[in-house]
Write a protein that binds this ligand. Structure first.
Ligand SMILES: Nc1ncnc2c1ncn2[C@@H]1O[C@H](COP(=O)(O)OP(=O)(O)OP(=O)(O)O)[C@@H](O)[C@H]1O
Ligand SMILES: [Mg+2]
Length: 356
């Protein structure tokens, strides 16, 4: 879904504003520290009820104020979210929302910022999150498998930590293995799919680099997960947690056959991360049933003009609602002649600037 209108009050440094957005392209300018990232964050919070900058939403309350208020009109639903020191309330079309996932599955939203470049260089967790993001939005049962897995892992780890009722370990093994195999199968399939698309569609960004993605299960290949849990029972008890499982999966990224993180230049890593993100967006857009929102924070300071142009051109082809921040108040050439809206942030207030 696209977001048509946002009203916010006392979110970070931003005071009180109502903004009407373009369904395709929204450009946001303003000096350092003016509130550009905060505006993107408020849109993210309305879609996910969590932030990409903090684990505690109360950090987003404007200093000295009792709480923040967000209200968004999306193409076919409305969301209200308020947060004070003590409590948080979310309403979807006027009805209270109990589970965050009720909101989170409505509108796929992604963020591209300096942290996105950790996708290649960072720990396996980043790449698991990447593949899971695709799966959450294209395979609706995936959330169920994932929640069952998280629950079983938590219970099993609690037994291991307390070293009590260890006879229950086998009971939880059964509950852990079933969703884990569904997760493994999906992650393997989508890693192969992304690998394929990357080679076919991203050559303008990747040049001659031969990139390959390869799914690695979080337990030894020669045994099944059930056997692995049984064989490592003592090791797990000693450690106080579960050593093997899908929470240890990795997606290896190779460039011309060597680990990409070790051989690529910083600039090549950035292009590869963007190629991976664009591929995921295309996949979710094609296989999923919902339009998406993409927030792009300060990309222009990270990339040269030619790369920016290629990235934006790909994104325009995907057909998603874009929010792009930039310090300068200039329209990238790729957007000229297209419909867009511009906003400027200054003195804690956001003002519509002009439309194309
Ligand atoms: N809870 C809060 N209450 C009030 N102000 C806050 C709060 N949290 C952060 N700020 C301030 O809000 C301002 C805007 O931050 P933001 O990160 O949105 O700026 P920005 O425009 O993205 O800057 P940059 O160009 O440097 O990325 C900063 O000065 C920051 O210190
Ligand atoms: Mg910023």
């Amino acid at each position: 879904m696209t977001i048509r209108q946002l009203s916010l009050t006392d979110f970070r440094n931003l005071r009180s504003t109502t903004l009407d957005f373009d369904p395709a392209i929204n450009l946001i300018s303003g000096n350092n520290g003016s509130g550009k990232s905060s505006l993107l964050e408020s849109i993210f919070v309305l879609c996910q009820a969590c932030s990409f900058r903090t684990h505690q939403l109360k950090q987003c309350i404007r200093h000295g104020k009792p709480g923040f208020l967000l209200f968004g009109r999306f193409s076919d639903y409305k969301v209200g979210l308020s947060r004070s020191e003590q409590k948080q309330e979310i309403k979807l079309d006027g009805e209270p929302v109990k589970r965050r996932s009720e909101l989170a599955s409505r509108t796929p939203i992604g963020i591209v910022n300096a942290d996105s470049f950790n996708l290649v260089m960072g720990p396996p967790q980043q790449r698991r999150a990447y593949i899971d993001w695709c799966l959450f939005h294209v395979k609706h049962q995936y959330v169920e498998h994932w929640m069952q897995f998280r629950h079983a892992l938590k219970q099993r780890n609690q037994l291991l930590k307390k070293r009590q009722d260890l006879n229950l370990l086998e009971y939880w093994n059964d509950y852990l293995v079933k969703p884990s195999l569904a997760i493994q199968q999906n992650r393997r399939k989508y890693t192969a799919l992304i690998n394929d698309l990357l080679g076919k569609q991203m050559s303008d960004l990747l040049g001659d680099l031969k990139i390959s993605l390869d799914y690695r299960a979080g337990w030894p290949a020669e045994i099944d997960l059930y056997q692995c849990l049984q064989l490592n029972r003592d090791k797990d008890i000693k450690a106080g947690f579960t050593n093997f499982g899908v929470h240890r999966d990795n997606i290896r990224i190779l460039a011309d056959g060597s680990p990409a993180a070790q051989v690529l230049s910083r600039g090549q890593v950035k292009k590869l991360c963007l190629a991976l993100l664009i591929t995921a967006l295309k996949l979710v857009r094609e296989e999923g049933d919902r339009p998406m929102i993409l927030l792009i924070d300060d990309l222009c300071s990270e990339l040269d003009k030619t790369t920016q142009h290629k990235v934006f051109q790909h994104l325009l082809g995907v057909g998603i609602q874009l929010f792009i921040t930039n310090i300068e108040n200039v329209v990238p050439s790729v957007f000229q002649g297209k419909e867009f809206k511009m906003f400027h942030v200054e003195h804690d207030i956001i003002k519509p600037l002009k439309s194309s």
